[in-house]
Every structure is written in C-alpha cells, then in structure tokens.
Ligand binder design. Structure first.
Ligand code: GLC
Length: 471
C-alpha cells in the first residue's frame, strides 16, 4: 500500500516533541513490511534543510484568501531516513527556524495543507491512505470530503492520529475564506463551539481516528479540552494504538551518542560509567541515586511542581539523592529550576534547553526518570528509559498507565495517582528504598531493558487499520 503521512514534525527533520519521533519512525517500519510509506512536512529554515540534499520535484501555487503563494516540493535525495521525505517549502510562511508559535500559525498550516492537496491534484497522485497527525493537518479530511475542487481525491481514506488533544488549532470563521469553497451546508463539519476547530473537524471527517494509547482514548471521552462529546460520539470509528520506539535509534548497545555502550547483561557497569560522566559534568555524586526529568517544562507535564518537589526531596534527603533536570518551556519554571542550583550545589543541577545528545546520556546514566504528567497521551520518555534500564516513576494517566506497572503489583516501575508534590515525593522515597535494595534494583533494571516496545509490532496494528479501509 502507499501511505502518505502528513505532519508538522518529523525526527530528525524538525522536532518539538514526541510527535516527531512517531512520524520519523512508523513510516520506516511500514516500509520494512513491504509497503510504501512517505512523509510530508513543511520545509523549515533549520539545520536539516541546510545540511541535506534535495531534489525539486514540483512547483505550484496556492491561494489563501486574497493572497497567492508559490510552493515547492523538495524530495530528500537519498531516502536515508528509511522513507521518502518531501518538504513543502512556502517562502514567507515557513522559511523560519521554529515549527510553531508564530502569530500566523493558522495561515502557515492552512497553506501547508492546501499546498499538499494541490500537489496531489496537479501530479495525479492517488495514495491508498492519507494519514494526518494532530490538528496542523486536521483540515485535510474535511477538504477532501467536502471541497469540490478536491472531489477527485474523495475516495482516499483518511486517518487521524491524535498525539495531543489539548491543542486543536481553533480559528474564527472570518478566516473561512482561506479554505477552498464548500457548500454552506458542509460548514458544520468544520465547526465546534462556534469556531473552526481543525482537530474536531478531523475527528468528524477522517475515516478512522486513533489515539496514541488505549487509556488516552478512554480518558478523552471525559476530558479533552471541550471535544469530549464529539469523541464519545465518534467512538465507534476510534481506537487507541500504543506508540512504539525506534530501536535502531534507541539502543544502548549501539547508540552513537553514548561513550559507554551496554546491554542487559553488562548493564551494571555500563550504566555506572555513563552515570560517572554525567555526575562529573553536572557536579553530582555518583554514589547516590540519580533522579531525572527530561522534557518540556509545561503544566501538562507537571513541570510546574518540579521546583517544589526538588526542594522538598533535596532538603529531606540531603545525603541520599541527586536530581538532574533537562528541559525548556515556561520561563517561570525554567527560572525556578535554575535558581535551585544555588541552594543544592553538589546534589542538583538543571540544563535549560533542548539537547538530544544529553537526553540519551541521561537515559543511560540515570537511575530514575520522573514523569508526573497531568496529561500524557502516550509518553515516549518512559519507553526510552525502560530500554536504557532507567526505572520510570510515573503518574497513572494515559499511556503511562498502559506501559508502567508498579513494582508493588508485580511490575517494574513506581506509580502514583496524582500530579501532586506529595505523591511524587512519596515515590522518590520509594525510589531511594529500592536503590538500597541492590538485588531487587538490579533485577528490575535488567527486566525493564528486555520489554519490547519496538515499532515492528506496532506497525502491524496500523496496517490492520489501513487494510480495513481499503477501497
Ligand atoms: C505528544 C504526547 C505524548 C506522545 C507523543 C507521540 O507529544 O504529549 O504523550 O507520546 O505525542 O505520540
């Protein structure tokens, strides 16, 4: 089958969060199963675009309201990512360094989607499946189903995967003229609560809706930033598929970002060596357990509580733990976490920023990964941690509750019910106890490294979905 994935992010082309990891891996594994999966993302002005070779495969125009833009389709020349990668370059809108957070994001992503459909149209492409990811590509199912100028594409099944239902891409009907003409009777397919809601529209119009874990799908019927009822209504065509991880990229035995490689047999020494590097770099004590947080410093991830959690943990157990934070996000949280270094020098450190290489070294060297998320559709960090023998401490929510079982229930992680300072600190205490129970600590680490969350098996689940939609 020919499957086109369309997304705002794709690792290593452009990454903000886990969406990129999924879009950069699933297509590769679909191809390994003998299919033809391609990826389409905007052409940003970033390192990947500058450092790679591209062939210009198409040039066209698109209209956005009163404006006309030219767009180019650039194909990465070597297919080295394991799939054909196409960038849609739209000067004026995407030749900027960042993926999101510009005032004209509505214009940017609407133009991207229109350019995509124009390209398919002008080059007579009829893929077997169009797979849209999150709200940035959520208008595509609507345009295919309801805009007469794309009527010839109507038979192509569309799939929407929701990676994060908190963001929905809302904009007012005064921008309706950005979209190709549709009959007034069809406007209801765009609308939710009085505005154009691209995510809701895709939930209505896509042939199939998936979320990135089964628990998240259940939770969304109760809590989904305003679209709960819609998700409940569309439940019959929805399903949750747990994400995989790319074992080629995330393999402590071969990871090029690590100096010390290891597997489940050599884990003790391997992790010790990686921990020593980290502790030296961040002035920590490698004899004490190392707790870490890696990720976006935002409310959704429970990061607002980290300063308090760390203060309490470090003042209560001054000689028993280290904490290392890696992340960026809310400037207030960044500031508080940086300030803490002055108070707990020698036990605590924070790297404010995004650093993929450091993340790999931390997974390899840390003992525990904290994920106190309020919302976690799947979560990939706990899966990376497992693969690197780092025990996850998670809040039971979404994908975290689908992937981490508490050690007290015969599992391998530490789980708590609330995103609260108390719950997380209690879990940290449990972590210290487990660290001191050397035998159990080591067998647990060995066990988690062997859990299989590879894309190989998950790719089959997506194929089943695609095949069920076959025309
Ligand atoms: C989003 C979600 C995260 C999920 C990822 C990939 O970043 O917040 O939970 O793992 O998408 O699907």
């Amino acid at each position: 089958m020919e499957i086109i994935h369309i997304s705002a992010e794709c690792y290593p082309v452009a990454k903000v969060g886990g969406l990129a990891d999924v879009v950069g891996a699933l297509p590769k594994y679909l191809n390994k199963l003998g299919h033809s999966a391609k990826v389409v993302v905007p052409g940003y002005d970033n390192a990947f675009s500058k450092e790679n070779q591209f062939d210009l495969v198409h040039k066209g125009q698109l209209r956005l309201g009163w404006f006309t833009f030219t767009y180019s389709i650039l194909k990465e020349a070597t297919d080295k990512l394991g799939f054909e990668l196409f960038l849609i370059a739209i000067p004026d809108l995407f030749d900027r360094p960042n993926v999101y957070s510009y005032e004209d994001d509505t214009e940017r992503f609407t133009a991207f989607q229109v350019a995509f459909l124009n390209w398919l149209t002008e080059t007579n492409q009829m893929p077997d499946i169009i797979h849209c990811h999150d709200h940035h590509t959520g208008l595509i199912p609507f345009m295919i189903s309801h805009a007469p100028i794309y009527g010839h594409l109507k038979g192509i099944p569309t799939v929407l995967t929701i990676h994060n239902g908190q963001y929905q891409g809302w904009f007012d009907f005064d921008k309706l003229h950005y979209l190709p003409k549709v009959e007034t009777s069809r406007l209801g397919f765009l609308e939710w609560n009085g505005v154009i809601n691209p995510l809701a529209s895709a939930v209505k119009c896509a042939w199939k809706v998936t979320t990135v874990s089964p628990s998240y799908l259940n939770e969304m019927s109760e809590k989904a930033n305003g679209i709960e009822n819609l998700l409940r209504f569309e439940r019959p065509k929805s399903l949750g598929i747990l994400n995989g991880i790319d074992n080629d990229v995330w393999n402590p035995e071969t990871d090029p970002m690590l100096t010390h490689h290891y597997n489940s047999k050599t884990l003790k020494k391997g992790k010790k060596n990686n921990k020593a590097i980290l502790c030296e770099q961040f002035n920590l004590d490698s004899n004490k357990p190392l707790f870490t947080f890696i990720g976006r410093l935002v409310y959704e991830k429970g990061a607002d509580l980290l300063p308090e959690i760390c203060s309490i943990a470090l003042s209560r157990n001054p000689n028993e733990i280290n904490i290392l934070i890696l992340g960026s996000g809310d400037p207030k949280i960044e500031h508080s976490l940086s300030q803490l270094t002055h108070f707990y020098d020698g036990n605590y450190n924070a790297f404010i920023g995004y650093n993929e290489k450091l993340a790999h070294i931390i997974y390899a060297g840390a003992d525990y990964l904290l994920m106190p998320s309020r919302v976690e559709p799947c979560g990939l960090n706990q899966l990376y941690a497992l693969r690197y023998g780092t025990i996850p401490i998670v809040r039971r929510t979404g994908g975290l509750s689908d992937t981490v079982i508490d050690i007290g229930d015969g599992g391998f992680g530490i789980c708590h019910d609330q995103t609260s300072v108390f719950d997380v600190n209690y879990s940290i205490t449990r972590g210290i106890d487990l660290y001191n129970d050397t035998k159990l600590f080591d067998t647990t680490r060995k066990k988690i490294m062997q859990i299989d969350h590879s894309w190989e098996s998950v790719a089959h689940e997506y194929l089943t979905v695609y095949q069920s939609l076959k025309r």
